[in-house]
Design a protein around this ligand. Structure first.
Ligand SMILES: Cc1ncc(C[n+]2csc(CCOP(=O)(O)OP(=O)(O)O)c2C)c(N)n1
Ligand SMILES: [Mg+2]
Length: 321
């Protein structure tokens, strides 16, 4: 049976999911006003929040083009993320990365890969460094990737090396049913990505990726297994990309019945209902929470918009040559 989180942990899960949602919807508005494009993780917030809560400060994260949830769940400040997207000096990468390449060394977020599968090619290296004692003692690595990345050959190469070399690596596949504008049923012969992973001989779990408590439980089990054995583990989180591949995207290629079905299982809606049923929050509490989050995003935006531009003299800094 699933463990029930205590009140503080449960409310924190809800708040973090809502913060991710509000941040990404604010980015969509910014993009409409001319800011660089973004790929949101709307609908997938429970995956980020559940998995990252199972990690600790020693651990490292390798992410992909839908990284905002991973970053915020890890403690990234929305105001510095927004500053980054707007190209300002106060951003996590000094304004050089846009929304798609953010890394935040101080949070252990090593890399955001926009090359699909790039995250899977890098993560075993980060985990090998960890195993060779280059990171914090006892630390593990979590790599987030999509079902599309799982259809690439690098998926099997990464799994094979991780098992062969017994790397402390948590594979987190956010199966959101979409691979850009193609439904996964058009690209996959196997019904589940977990079945591909199982063939490599490691601990594999399939989880309802819209249930933050279930994700957190499974992630905690997988992390414990990795820390105890030193070897890898695999989670397939079944979820749904509610918005388009990027912004703007009219989603005319999406089956409206499928979308409606998943919207009824929206992770924030499900969790709000669960916490209400447990008596941990009521309508007034939910409204107050939303207002607080909205105010924090408004403040973050004001911070980002008044942050300075990088000076032209620094143009060639941080460029590898
Ligand atoms: C190597 C490579 N091929 C194609 C693309 C274009 N592209 C960007 S995201 C994406 C879909 C990836 O699907 P998935 O891995 O399921 O991640 P999701 O977008 O669903 O989170 C594609 C094809 C790319 N960035 N890199
Ligand atoms: Mg996908």
């Amino acid at each position: 049976m699933q463990a029930q989180p205590n009140t503080d942990a449960a409310l924190r899960r809800l708040e973090t999911m809502q913060l991710i949602r509000a941040y990404e919807l604010a980015l969509v508005e910014l993009q409409r006003a001319g800011a660089p494009g973004t790929c949101t993780s709307v609908g997938q917030e429970a995956c980020a929040v559940g998995v990252i809560e199972a990690l600790d400060a020693r651990d490292r994260i390798v992410s992909n083009h839908r990284s905002a949830g991973h970053l915020i769940a890890r403690g990234a400040e929305p105001r510095r993320l927004m500053a980054e997207v707007l190209g300002r000096v106060d951003g996590y990468c000094g304004g050089r990365s846009g929304s798609l390449h953010i890394s935040a060394q101080e949070l252990g977020v090593v890399l955001t890969s926009t090359i699909v599968g790039g995250e899977l090619s890098m993560a075993p290296g980060v985990a090998l460094a960890q195993k060779m004692g280059k990171g914090d003692p006892g630390g593990i690595v979590a790599v987030f990737f999509g079902d599309g990345a799982a259809c690439e050959g690098i998926f099997h190469e990464a799994l094979n090396l991780a098992v062969l070399w017994q790397l402390p690596l948590l594979f987190v596949c956010e199966n959101n049913q979409w691979q850009a504008f193609v439904h996964r049923l058009e690209t996959m012969a196997e019904a589940a990505i977990a079945d591909w992973a199982r063939g490599h001989g490691l601990m594999v779990e399939t989880v309802d990726g819209n249930d933050v408590d279930a994700v957190q439980d499974a992630a905690a089990r997988a992390v414990a297994q990795i820390r105890a054995s030193g070897g890898p583990a695999f989670l397939e989180l079944s979820t749904y990309r509610q918005r388009g591949h990027f912004e703007p995207d009219d989603q005319t290629y999406v089956d409206p019945t499928e979308l409606r079905g998943w919207l009824r299982r929206d992770p924030i809606r499900l969790y709000s209902e669960r916490l209400r049923a447990r008596g941990l929050i009521d309508s007034a509490g939910l409204t107050a929470l939303q207002l607080r989050i909205d105010a924090s995003i408004t403040a973050a935006l004001a911070y980002a918009q008044t942050s300075a531009w990088p000076s032209p003299e620094t143009l060639t800094e941080y460029v590898y040559a």
